[in-house]
Write a protein that binds this ligand. Structure first.
Ligand code: FAD
Ligand code: SF4
Ligand code: SF4
Ligand code: SF4
Ligand code: SF4
Length: 411
């Protein structure tokens, strides 16, 4: 019997799927098996759209259609979690299996804490994630640094610290560190991300730790929950998924890579947060950058923590309508409501038409709050800091003392 904590090399027994998949097709096979065995009603995954730079979320109910979702799109910067809340009734009436990167899994937890998604009905197949590249940056980088027409690229991958492309006439790889030093490479939030192996999911799957003749042909699967163990066990018994025990050397290698990715995340946090400064200096920088905001609401629309029916930023007594530049209150409201729970998914930055580094600002504040209160968003179901505040009690304290300092409640 498979159990939580077990680790395997896994690959599909379907040769056609294996060809299309990224590393042996275990992920697509598991999704397919969940659908075929009626463990779930639908699968939410990602498929290639117009080109390699266009990742499209898809709902699949016919297992035969799942092969089109196989493969990794590293320029796919979308967040699937909020789609579950917005378009799939929070999975309240549908049992779903979905592929999740670390940020997807974290956001699902934050939505679940707020009763916006039903995790009991969601099977999370996690993929390790070294980071994703914005489609705009990818095209620019391929043209300027690789000297290749982005439309001629047939495959892209991130392997052993390199961004590698295959194109009509050859293949080329450049070290990610070098690309990032020159302002290309992964998104800013991905550089700072420290959820590399998504153990919040039911299974965590990736190519780190796959060595020898299985390299590129199998996926390393870590079983993270009983639900994940049940699915893997059933797929193995049904003969659709092949597995083998990983070499002890592979375990060591995988944890070394994870460790160095975490260190790299710390390095980028230090660099980005130091450049942002602290206190008044940080406030000044944020005020300046957000002064170009056109109040399009894209940051709110895409943020997994923002779900309110009546958003405070739309209340005229907080943010006067029809005014540009937008009152700074708009951003202060977001900081006050989100900073304790931001999962650094990057959506508020990625989708901002004015290229305001919103996720950098929110993440910097989140990390400060984490240091103060110890709450880590997206890791488990523990409630965010603001959830600890009893509004009535707080109002009475405010009236009695004049103090609105939230941390007084811990005294
Ligand atoms: P497949 O059967 O090919 O299935 C892949 C699944 O990923 C499909 O469900 C597909 O829809 C989904 N998918 C593709 N692109 C995206 C996307 N952008 N967002 C969400 N879902 C997507 N593994 C590592 O060990 N180290 C890494 O650094 C690493 N980085 C990754 C970065 C990204 C952006 C992605 C998507 C995956 C990454 N992986 C990483 C995981 C690895 O590439 C394989 O997905 C994994 O080994 C499973 O292989 P497979 O053949 O079983 O997957
Ligand atoms: Fe991957 Fe983290 Fe970036 Fe999400 S934020 S795409 S998990 S590196
Ligand atoms: Fe302002 Fe950008 Fe948010 Fe739009 S996405 S409201 S421009 S910060
Ligand atoms: Fe993601 Fe931005 Fe919301 Fe943070 S504030 S969770 S980075 S969208
Ligand atoms: Fe809700 Fe605040 Fe986000 Fe508006 S900004 S949707 S009020 S959390």
């Amino acid at each position: 019997m498979v159990k939580k904590g077990d680790m395997f090399y896994a690959w599909t027994s379907d040769a056609k799927l294996a060809e299309k998949a990224e590393c042996g097709g275990a992920v697509t096979q598991l999704l397919k098996f969940a659908l075929e065995s009626k463990a779930v009603d639908a699968v939410l995954a990602v498929r290639k759209g117009q080109d390699l730079y266009d990742a499209v979320p898809v709902i699949v109910t016919d297992p035969k259609e799942l092969d089109q979702t196989a493969g990794s799109l590293h320029c796919g910067t979308l967040l699937l979690s909020k789609l579950v809340k917005k378009y799939l009734d929070g999975s309240n009436n549908t049992r779903m299996a979905m592929t999740v990167k670390g940020c997807d899994a974290m956001a699902l937890y934050e939505l679940a804490k707020r009763n916006q998604v039903n995790l009991d009905n969601i099977l999370m197949i996690g993929v390790n994630c070294g980071g994703s590249v914005s489609p705009v940056t990818a095209r620019k980088m391929i043209k300027e640094k690789f000297g290749v027409d982005p439309d001629k690229v047939t495959k892209e991958e991130i392997d052993r610290g390199q961004f590698i492309i295959e194109y009509e006439g050859g293949h080329k790889g450049i070290k990610m560190d070098d690309l990032e030093d020159e302002g290309y490479g992964r998104r800013g939030n991905c550089r700072r991300c420290k959820t590399k192996v998504p153990r919040q999911a039911d299974l965590a799957c990736g190519n780190w730790g796959v060595i020898g003749d299985k390299a590129g042909k199998a996926t390393f699967v870590e079983v993270c929950s009983e639900k994940g163990a049940g699915l893997l066990d059933a797929a193995m018994r049904a003969g659709v998924l092949k597995t083998e025990a990983p070499d002890p050397k592979a375990l060591e290698m995988r944890s070394k890579v994870e460790g160095s990715m975490l260190k790299l995340g710390d390095k980028w946090r230090k660099k980005d947060f130091e450049a942002l400064g602290t206190g008044r200096d940080r406030l000044k920088k944020i005020r300046e950058a957000t002064s170009r905001c056109i109040k399009c609401y894209a940051c709110i629309e895409h943020c997994p923590i923002c779900y309110c029916v009546e958003c405070s930023t739309k209340k005229p007594y907080f943010v006067p309508p029809g005014e540009l530049p937008v009152s700074f209150m708009f951003h202060l409201i977001r900081f006050a409501h989100i900073a304790d729970s931001c999962v650094n998914c990057g959506q508020c930055e990625e989708n901002c038409p004015m290229e305001i580094p919103n996720s950098l600002f929110m993440h910097a504040n989140q990390v400060d709050l984490e240091k103060m209160f110890g709450h880590v968003p997206g890791k488990d179901m523990s409630l965010p800091i603001l959830a600890l505040v009893e509004e009535k009690e707080e109002r009475e304290r405010l009236a009695a003392t004049g103090s609105d300092q939230i941390f007084d409640i811990f005294k």
